[in-house]
Write a new protein. Structure first.
Length: 71
């Protein structure tokens, strides 16, 4: 249960960082925001595991982007 909460908080934090703070282009920010909203919608539907998996993938991708951008 704690893993679900941690992933949810991490996904929100990374999405907010990417959408509002990072210097990524607008065409890159839009798909991330859409995937984030889709994952939140899926988390509370009957496909909650798909939403959870999408949030994990989105978080890993944004963390890798942040690491590459900081070097």
């Amino acid at each position: 249960m704690i893993l679900f909460l941690l992933v949810f908080i991490l996904a929100i934090a990374l999405t907010i960082w990417f959408a509002f703070i990072s210097d990524a282009s607008l065409p890159a920010k839009i798909p991330v925001a859409v995937l984030s909203f889709v994952s939140w919608w899926l988390r509370y539907s009957r496909y909650s595991l798909a939403g959870f998996s999408l949030q994990i993938g989105l978080s890993i991708g944004l963390a890798v982007y942040q690491q590459i951008k900081s070097q």
